[in-house]
Ligand binder design. Structure first.
Ligand SMILES: [Zn+2]
Ligand SMILES: [Zn+2]
Length: 180
């Protein structure tokens, strides 16, 4: 039986304090422990940038899935690479619905990306929302039409800022059932 914990894989130069913050958020939201593995354990080949220096998130997820080291319950890769998806219009992350692997990109989560002054607290809050959103997809949750719910899709950073980091009542009952 696979231990129910979330495996975090930093890809690139990801701050330890950010990983710690994400671990805490996962513990608080899902009551699940996390553990960290280096990306060398995962990636059999170096992802190639395509599409103007951006990386195809669907291809990356497929690569991760093929390179999983042993039995993994759920895995979230955290990268500063800039993503695009040919299927979903998402820049911030992608997850295999009801599956094992998710990916979030920090690239567009900082205010600096938008030509604004760095705001560490806002950056952390955006990271937390993206991680909770993608992990919830791994537990089978779909998008929600309530723009205050964490399962509302983020097509841009304003969507992320508007939504809260918690579930609406209906998504909350879905995630509670999924976590049993
Ligand atoms: Zn989503
Ligand atoms: Zn909802």
């Amino acid at each position: 039986m696979i231990e129910k914990k979330i495996t975090l894989v930093p890809i690139g130069d990801i701050d330890d304090s950010l990983l710690e913050y994400i671990s805490q958020s996962i513990k608080t939201t899902f009551n699940l422990n996390t553990h960290l593995i280096p990306c060398q354990d995962l990636i059999g080949c170096v992802p190639e940038p395509v599409f103007g220096g951006r990386y195809n998130s669907t291809t990356l997820l497929k690569q991760f899935h093929e390179c999983l080291p042993g039995k993994i319950f759920k895995l979230v890769a955290i990268t500063d690479l800039d993503l695009y998806s040919p299927i979903f219009s998402c820049f911030f992350g992608e997850a295999q619905l009801g599956g094992c692997c998710a990916l979030i990109s920090l690239h567009r989560l900082g205010q600096e990306y938008y030509g604004l002054v760095e705001d560490k607290a806002l950056f952390l809050s955006r990271c937390e929302k993206e991680v909770i959103h993608e992990i919830s997809h791994l537990f089978g949750l779909l998008h929600c039409s309530d723009n205050n719910c964490i399962m509302y899709p983020s097509n841009n950073i304003i969507d992320t800022d508007v939504k809260s980091s918690s579930f609406c009542p209906s998504c909350n009952s879905l995630i509670e059932r999924a976590l049993v």
